[in-house]
Design a protein around this ligand. Structure first.
Ligand SMILES: Cc1cc2nc3c(=O)[nH]c(=O)nc-3n(C[C@H](O)[C@H](O)[C@H](O)COP(=O)(O)OP(=O)(O)OC[C@H]3O[C@@H](n4cnc5c(N)ncnc54)[C@H](O)[C@@H]3O)c2cc1C
Length: 283
């Protein structure tokens, strides 16, 4: 099925875009986690209009309730790449490939830099998607650099397919992984290609594998959409939230400072209305 619009991200930007597209009767999909951690984890929010002194979890629940009342369901998946196919976009999720005539990027801002070597080797022994690429490494050795506890699920899945899985947690919580997965607490400094192997250099032992899975909550916009014009960690947008790629819009933290809920929600609304205008002009 080809959607009119695919929204990637479920923070205030994505939620606002979804509610607007619903009002405009569009056939759309919203992909991401059930709630944005940047919303649910905030201690106290004092500047969201109409909701004085609300906790992050309360605001996240209010967003979920609003989506539910509007009959909008989140498709829980992580998008690894969005391909501009000319007339439509091919959206590579962990579980499946989606198609849409327009996309709205609402994936938040990526903090932290790529590991040296990561960008250059992406697609060649470095992967962002365990579900997509696990079959390529059946019976081989892989490493997983996981930036949040939920990536342990991906490492457990890889351990069912691969010969050996080494897991590098980039967070402080204790890990809870199958015995088959070797946990190594090191700080990766570089990923290198040495012959047909990939080597994770660190402050500890070298990890020598066939593929390194780097699993973060968010992927830098330039990696997510090849050809997208970016300025550092941000997507360059026009006043109507359009980008340099026709049919690709962006909203929220991904477009730059200030990082604020209400700014993201406002831009989500603009991006959705601009996508509606784009679709009408295409007809
Ligand atoms: C602790 C904390 C407290 C804060 N307090 C305040 C405050 O009081 N007031 C205020 O205005 N702002 C506050 N902020 C800032 C606010 O959280 C952000 O500005 C806001 O959440 C940005 O919304 P967004 O929709 O752009 O992105 P986010 O809320 O970051 O949502 C992005 C979503 O996209 C998903 N996603 C990312 N990549 C992918 C992918 N490849 N595939 C699928 N899904 C993906 C993420 O999982 C996430 O659900 C706070 C932030 C933090 C961290």
């Amino acid at each position: 099925m080809r959607y009119d619009v695919a929204i990637i991200g479920t923070g205030p930007g994505g939620v606002s875009a979804a509610l607007t597209l619903k009002n405009r009767g569009k056939n759309f999909i919203i992909i991401g986690s059930k709630q944005s951690a940047k919303v649910s984890k905030a201690h106290a929010i004092l500047n969201y209009p109409g909701l004085p002194n609300v906790s992050g979890q309360e605001l996240a629940n209010a967003f979920s309730k609003h989506l539910e009342l509007a009959g909008i369901e989140i498709t829980e998946d992580r998008v690894s790449t969005i391909y501009d196919m000319g007339d439509f976009f091919g959206i590579q999720g962990g579980n499946e490939m989606y198609e849409a005539s327009a996309v709205i990027l609402a994936t938040g801002v990526v903090t932290g830099k790529a590991i040296p070597g990561e960008d250059a080797l992406l697609g060649s022994g470095v992967s962002y998607c365990a579900t997509c690429d696990a079959p390529l490494y059946k019976g081989k050795d892989v490493a997983v650099i996981g930036y949040s506890k939920k990536e342990e699920e991906e490492a457990a899945f890889l351990s069912e397919v691969c010969a050996n899985v080494t897991y590098v947690p980039m967070y402080k919580e204790a890990t809870d992984l199958p015995d088959k997965v070797k946990v190594v607490n090191v700080k990766p400094s570089e990923i290198l290609k040495v012959d047909d192997k990939r080597v994770v250099k660190s402050d500890g032992e070298d990890i020598v594998v066939d593929c390194v899975f780097v699993l973060r909550d968010a992927i830098s916009p330039g990696q997510l959409v090849p050809g997208l014009e970016t300025d550092g960690a941000h997507v360059v947008v026009n006043r109507d939230m359009s980008t340099n790629i026709a049919g690709c819009f962006a909203c929220g933290d991904i477009t730059g400072l200030p990082y604020q809920y209400v700014k993201s929600a406002g831009e989500g609304n603009v991006a959705a209305l601009s996508a509606v205008t784009y679709l009408a002009a295409k007809k």
